[in-house]
Design a protein around this ligand. Structure first.
Ligand code: C2E
Ligand code: MG
Ligand code: MG
Length: 567
């Protein structure tokens, strides 16, 4: 009788050899197993023997086994207890129970506890045993794969939300014993949806995989990067000294993602916003830490400047308010709660109203009339801006027709709207349906929006222009590439931001800037509109500087169309 290997775990003799651990206190039974296997499949199974459950656990922790054959009555553990001990020692190794007892209930219990098969010693022969081991391994492999799939993101292979929350819970428990703190970093790609919309989903997927690789590349062993959904990634770092360490990790993430990404023929610059929450031992709930980091991320995104933000008091309230706005805005679109107000634009020399700007409002059932500052960002983030924008365009075109097309109707477009390749088509359709003359329509795009994605925007702007519409660059002077933008894009009108107009009468410097903008615009063949004229001094200054058109509270506040237009 040979084949029973009682040496401690040694490396595999042959790659196709299966390492089987027999946990059995009866040496006779163990020897019988060895004989049966050797007869049917000589040289295939390399057997190791443990006489007690504790010894079996030790062996399993030490070396990679392919299968365990387990007797359920051991000197130090019985039944499901023995099974549980060995299973926990190696969750990915299949266990076949070899029991002296024929008991259906015990057998089913064993399988429920994680055994792959239950065999009765007296009824087993070599062939059955070989087959049972092979099946057990296959079932275990499938089980491990399913478990992996359930806990990982299919696209990037990173842990998913469930696994991250589990690791976070464990890390919080560990922190009670050890010193050090942990941090959760909530990372959200800026304008990922724009990539998806304009370059297609395959490109979007590729970008996500690249981001995942880069995140993993900069983390220490033991830290976890997880994909939380969409373009959201969450990083968990342990054993930090405090907030400063967490900020350093955020800086590394920003730097790693700042490298341009090539997607086919396009080169994309990824920007990320990161919210950081630092966990104390007192933090009982993993979900809270993650949602705190999420709230901090929104703050980072909303504020511009530094791409990350550490969670602070007050952010929780703001986060829930934002969510409430999102949900309510959805309903608002369905319930006809949006309104369009119009603000006149007045010729500086004639004093006549020659155009209006359409400005959206939300007649909120509880909060009253809301200005766009309260909801446009949320609409952008959620993609609702496309529905909202189409509604605005339809109303504006109808109103323009109702006024006999005598006034140039200006409609604002947000960055995300202009990046949507379908925009020119939507505009053409609305023009057709409302019978609006395109030459009475002007689209206002902010300077910061056009600098976001120069190539994508140029195409859309040129299409709009081809339809016959006028194009204005809005809030001019607030971005940093102003002059280039004027040259690069097919604009007809420059709207000087009201922050310059406000200081024009009191500050020589501001006045000099506005003077330069006006003369440069005229040199390039563009008309100028000054926003935010509030006083007669503003008006006089701008008229002296040669500004063509003015808009502001001095002339009129935005109001509904039923009210008379003009000052
Ligand atoms: P904007 O396009 O620069 O619009 C001008 C804003 O300045 C309006 O604010 C207007 O009420 C305000 N304003 C006009 N005259 C004066 C003045 O003399 N003094 C001061 N302090 N403010 C003045 P509002 O209506 O709150 O709109 C804010 C921004 O929201 C707009 O800035 C525009 O970027 C955006 N927005 C408005 N309607 C829409 C829309 O339908 N679609 C999109 N995508 N964005 C819109
Ligand atoms: Mg505007
Ligand atoms: Mg403006």
């Amino acid at each position: 009788m040979t084949g029973l290997d009682l040496r401690p775990g040694t490396p595999q003799a042959h790659p196709s050899t299966l390492r089987v651990l027999v946990v059995e206190d009866n040496p006779g039974d163990a020897a019988l197993v060895a004989t049966m296997l050797a007869e049917v499949a000589p040289g295939v199974h390399e057997l190791h023997h443990a006489r007690r459950a504790s010894e079996g656990v030790e062996r399993l922790l030490g070396a990679g086994f392919d299968c365990v054959l387990l007797d359920l009555s051991l000197p130090d553990a019985h039944g499901t207890e023995a099974l549980g001990l060995l299973r926990t020692a190696a969750l990915d190794v299949p266990i076949v129970v070899l029991s002296g007892r024929r008991d259906e209930a015990v057998a089913i219990g064993a399988v429920q506890e994680g055994a792959q098969d239950y065999l009765i010693k007296g009824e087993v022969d070599g062939r059955l045993l070989v087959r049972s081991i092979a099946y057990a391994m296959e079932r275990k492999r499938a089980e491990v794969e399913l478990a992996h799939q359930a806990l990982h993101d299919a696209l990037t292979g990173l842990p998913n939300r469930v696994l991250l929350l589990d690791r976070l819970a464990q890390a919080l428990t560990r922190m009670e014993r050890r010193k050090g703190r942990l941090a959760v970093l909530f990372c959200d790609l800026d304008r990922f949806k724009v990539v998806n919309d304009s370059l297609g989903h395959a490109a979007g997927d590729e970008l996500l995989v690249t981001v995942a690789d880069r995140l993993e590349g900069i983390l220490r062993a033991g830290d976890t990067a997880a994909r939380f959904g969409g373009d959201e990634f969450v990083v968990l770092c342990e054993e930090l000294d405090g907030e400063r360490d967490a900020v350093r990790v955020a800086e590394r993430i920003v730097a790693a993602l700042a490298q341009p990404v090539r997607l086919g023929d396009d080169v994309i610059h990824v920007h990320v916003s990161i919210g950081i929450s630092v966990g104390e031992a007192a933090h009982a709930r993993p979900e809270q830490l993650v949602s705190d980091a999420d709230a901090a991320m929104y703050r980072a995104k909303g504020r511009g400047g530094s791409p990350f933000e550490v969670f602070g008091a007050g952010m929780r309230e703001r986060a829930s308010e934002r969510l409430a706005i999102e949900t309510a805005l959805h309903q608002a679109l369905g319930r006809d709660e949006l309104r369009l107000h119009f603000q006149p634009q007045v010729g500086m020399t004639t004093g006549e109203v020659n155009g209006v700007e359409a400005l959206v409002r939300w007649q909120h059932p509880k909060r009253g009339l809301l200005l766009p500052g309260a909801f446009i960002d949320a609409a952008e983030e959620t993609g609702l801006i496309h529905r909202l924008g189409t509604w605005v365009l339809e109303q504006a075109c109808r109103q323009s027709v109702a006024w006999g097309g005598r006034l140039l109707m200006s409609v604002n477009l947000s960055a995300r709207q202009v990046l949507h390749p379908d925009l020119p088509e939507t505009v053409a359709r609305v023009l057709r349906e409302t019978g609006c003359d395109p030459s009475t329509l002007c689209f206002e795009v902010t300077e910061t929006a056009v600098m976001d994605d120069v190539d994508g925007i140029t195409v859309v702007l040129e299409d709009l222009k081809r339809l016959g519409a006028t194009l204005a660059i809005d809030d001019f002077g607030t971005g940093y590439s102003s002059l280039r933008a004027l040259q690069q894009f097919p604009f007809d009108v420059v709207k000087i931001d009201r922050s310059f107009v406000g200081g024009i009468a009191s500050s020589e410097q501001e006045a000099a800037i506005v003077a330069a903008v006006i003369s440069l615009s005229h040199a390039l063949g563009l008309r100028t509109v000054a926003e935010g004229i509030e006083t007669v001094e503003h008006l006089d200054c701008l008229r002296t500087l040669g500004c063509d058109t003015g808009q502001g509270f001095y002339f009129a506040r935005p109001c509904a169309a039923s009210q008379p237009q003009g000052a």
